[in-house]
Design a protein. Sequence first.
Length: 156
Amino acid sequence: MPPLLFLLRHADASDAADDASRPLSARGRGEIARLAALLRGSGAFRPNAVWHSPLVRAQQTADLLLRELGLRVPRQERRDLVPEANPELAAAALAATREVVAVCGHEPHLSALATLLVTGRTEPVAFAFQKATLLALEPFGPRCWVRWQLAPELFP
């Protein structure tokens, strides 16, 4: 398990006929800029790698946050992070890594994944991820505990 784990829901996206190709909206880009401004001075977000779903809005969210923070870390596109994926697949991949990872994905997957990492099961869901919400988890034995969570209403 990584020494620290970040779960980030993609920011607000524009409407499009093809769900997978929905880009970030101006509102979504602003959400990530404000999140980055909050994180910039704290040093609290320093992943060694970023995993994101193949959906455009998750890729753009990850790219924009890294660019805003001036971070150059490897990115990995992962099918086990799409909204309908089994969260146990992502949890198993995370258990096999030892680096600090930021995961950028979607609901309902992220809530189920966070719940699994903290409680050992996916239901009942114990977390709510608004768009652009960032959750920091720290492993503690076989599970994780919550270090902090930032939601858009907290962004400057």
